[in-house]
Design a protein around this ligand. Structure first.
Ligand code: COA
Length: 314
């Protein structure tokens, strides 16, 4: 068994391993090319592959910033692992341990101080390790490689067939509008001068980038999957937003000092109702905590997957 950097001819072999080992996170060759090979932070040295019997049998995909993420900069001490796997026929032979050893040595040699699985922006696939889909992976990461679990993220999904906004939510919407001057409307170009600084100030550059991606398509006439982007204002000031494209819902957020007024709930129900009217009959998201999960459950979301987010200090 040999470990070496990824080479162009490895694509089919690596994807075979990816599909066999990461059964719940399969990707197409197009996604591999656009989100891995064309990621500006990709470097083949940070994608070691294990080769045995003349074929790729394992890999670890690690990333570290080569270009800054807006004002978050280069984050020179940080690195992320977004995918890894050993082909089931070759598991429990020490290949995973050797691959991680190789990848982590490389990152330490670059001066990285910590590595996380796997909240890397922009191109993460899932928040972390699916604890139900890959029951052996946490024991491996914690026991053999020395990662610690930080927290869990919950992915949920909802069937939107026949979705209706319940009467109490409609009543809340009227009350907030009449008593507190809260409006929720699809975004227009007139929102942009307030909205974009609002996103940066209250939610950071990653959410700005995510919103910008949808809005570039929305205002650029890009077509493709339908987008709903709602802006909540209270007496003229932006207090919240909600975005959706295709079946993927979110993120959505409310200004910290305006929370607990039900604005998030109104954004959520309004957006789901627009999705259902556009014949988008399923909504899902990858990442929430237990508190928000209760709110989503009110709108019919059910748990799909649970991810462990892990970190190791180098
Ligand atoms: C996790 C994974 C990479 C481990 O690869 P591997 O080559 O089998 O791992 P190793 O042989 O190096 O295992 C080293 C040690 O880790 C632990 N370990 C590995 N797999 C384990 C399992 N299924 N259950 C419990 N412990 C395990 C053991 O202590 C093992 O040592 P041992 O075999 O002497 O007992 C592999 O199981 C895999 O591909 N899993 C699915 C992919 C995945 O979860 N990807 C994450 C998506 S984000």
């Amino acid at each position: 068994m040999q470990i070496r950097p990824y080479q162009g001819a490895d694509e089919a072999g690596l994807l075979d391993v990816w599909h066999a080992a990461m059964t719940h996170d399969r990707i197409s060759a197009e996604i591999f090319r656009t989100q891995v090979l064309l990621d500006p932070n990709f470097h083949p040295e940070r994608l070691p592959v294990a080769v045995a019997d003349g074929r790729v049998v394992g890999f670890v995909l690690a990333l570290a910033r080569q270009v800054p993420l807006f004002l978050q900069g280069l984050e020179p001490e940080r690195a992320w692992i977004t995918a890894f796997g050993v082909h089931p026929d070759y598991q429990r032979r020490g290949i995973g341990r050797a691959l991680f050893g190789h990848a982590l040595d490389r990152l330490a040699g670059e001066g990285r101080k910590e590595v996380a699985i796997s909240p890397y922006v922009p191109n993460y696939f899932v928040p972390g390790v699916d604890v139900n889909a890959y029951p052996g992976t946490l024991p491996f990461l914690k026991g053999a490689v020395g990662f610690e679990e930080l927290y869990r993220a919950i992915s949920m999904g909802a069937d939107l067939t026949g979705f209706q906004i319940p009467p109490d939510i409609l009543a809340l919407e009227r009350r907030r509008e009449q008593e507190d001057g809260v409006t929720i409307r699809p975004v227009t170009s007139a929102d942009l001068p307030d909205l974009m600084p609002f996103l940066v100030e209250h939610f950071g550059w990653d959410w700005f980038r995510h919103a910008q991606e949808y809005l570039l398509q929305y205002f650029g006439g890009g077509g493709g999957s339908p987008i709903c982007f709602l802006v909540a204002r209270q007496r003229g000031a932006v207090v919240g937003f909600c975005q959706q494209r295709g079946e993927r819902f979110g993120p959505f957020g409310v200004r910290p000092d305006c929370r607990n007024l039900g604005i998030g709930r109104l954004l959520l129900f309004r957006c789901l109702s627009i999705m259902s009217a556009r014949h988008v009959f399923y909504a899902y998201f990858l990442w929430t905590g237990e508190d928000a999960a209760r709110l989503y459950a009110l709108a019919g979301f059910k748990r799909r997957r649970e991810f462990a987010i892990l970190r190791k200090t180098l």
